[in-house]
Design a protein around this ligand. Structure first.
Ligand code: ADP
Ligand code: MG
Length: 351
């Protein structure tokens, strides 16, 4: 956990699945322009960039960092001091946890149900079996995966809000790896607002969240959607107001063995890394945790499933990038999406 103050140039060059496009630096702006404060933090296994405008910017950056570090510790299933570790260690009984743990579990279970289990917080043992937690990657035997899937009981997870406690069924281990960064970004912008900032943008790896409908100069925020086949390039730019923009894609974490690529997003149906027609899913919606939950679940569903879910549920917009070189942009983003690649064909389906 290290904070480095950076120049505008360094920020603009940093790669992530969604990159904030920074135009101009404080030095080049007119004297009337709002002060721009920036910080770079490494937490939750990713590089995070924070930008806050105005006189309370510095306090807001500190507030955001504190929120991130506290959540990192609380939600890490490997940290004995945290809520998720405690919930797993106490499987088979109710365990008192933090309010954040209750909140993230509520959003996750809501999306678990809404997505027919495509987002599954009970997959921790399976994710571990593939080595995605330790970094010691391996391809588990199907019998091992079947055993882990048979033991997991995500349906049986219970939340007692009144007592601020959760129940993890014996044999199940939970993690919020698919939602944690989105939740953290959401809480961080809330802390920045409470510190008196009206305009800010955060990028936590693939998760971008803005605070305020515009930058202080009245212009909208610009968020680039990375080209999954060439992560230094973009397939497009989203011009947005206050929103969360979250991307899930196989290119973010994977390993190769015997010429086969295994990505870090697991299909709960068989315990195997997802291998479908998608390269990435970018979700735009108000709430960061919901955006993160959906980006993972929609990726598991594949392009047709994701579009069907979009049509059935609504409440979010998305950009799908497919293996066969198509970029599919939903109607609510049609006017805010700018095409940036000659390598893809662009599709704008009706609702
Ligand atoms: P990232 O962490 O790169 O932003 P995601 O938000 O898509 O990507 O979350 C992927 C992480 O969530 C994995 O690294 C793993 O820990 C966990 N995970 C993998 N598959 C699932 C799934 N189907 N449901 C819930 N969590 C998952
Ligand atoms: Mg996610």
């Amino acid at each position: 956990m290290k904070r480095i103050k950076t120049s505008c140039k360094a920020l603009a060059l940093l790669g992530s699945s969604v990159v904030i496009m920074l135009t101009g630096c404080s030095a080049g702006e007119s004297p009337a322009a709002a002060e721009k404060h920036e910080a770079q933090v490494f937490a939750m296994d990713t590089v995070m960039l924070f930008t806050a405008y105005g006189e309370h910017g510095a306090e807001a950056l500190t507030a955001a960092e504190e929120v991130i570090y506290a959540l990192e510790a609380d939600l890490d299933p490997a940290n004995p001091g945290g809520s998720v570790y405690a919930a797993n260690a106490g499987a088979g009984q109710y365990v008192p946890v933090s309010e954040d743990c209750i909140n993230i579990m509520s959003t996750t279970m809501e999306q678990y149900r809404a997505t027919g289990g495509a987002l599954d917080p009970g997959l921790y043992a399976v994710v571990q079996a593939w080595g995605f937690i330790s970094g010691e990657y391996r391809v588990p035997a199907q019998t091992e995966l079947n055993g882990l899937l048979a033991e997991k009981n995500t349906e049986g997870l219970l939340i007692d809000e009144a007592r601020s406690a959760v129940y993890v069924p014996a044999g199940t281990a939970i993690s919020f790896g698919a939602v944690g960064k989105g939740y953290a970004a959401q809480k961080a912008v809330e802390a920045m607002a409470a510190a008196g900032v009206e305009s800010a943008i955060l990028s936590l790896g693939g998760n971008v969240q803005t605070l305020g409908a515009t930058k202080p100069d009245g212009s909208l925020w610009q968020v680039a959607v990375t080209d999954p086949r060439d992560t230094g390039a973009y397939v497009g730019i989203l011009t947005i107001g206050e929103a969360a923009v979250v991307t899930s894609g196989g290119y973010q974490r994977f390993f190769e063995q015997d010429g086969v690529t295994y990505i870090h997003i697991i299909d709960p149906a068989d315990g195997w890394p997802v291998d479908n027609d998608l390269l990435s899913v970018t979700v735009v919606t108000e709430d960061g945790a919901k955006a993160d939950a959906l980006s993972t679940a929609l990726f598991v569903m594949g392009a047709e499933g994701a579009l069907a879910h979009y049509r059935a549920e609504g409440g979010f917009e998305m950009v799908l990038i497919t293996q066969d070189g198509r970029v599919i942009v939903t109607p609510g983003l049609r006017d805010s999406f700018g095409e940036r690649s000659g390598e893809y064909s662009y599709e704008y389906p009706e609702k």
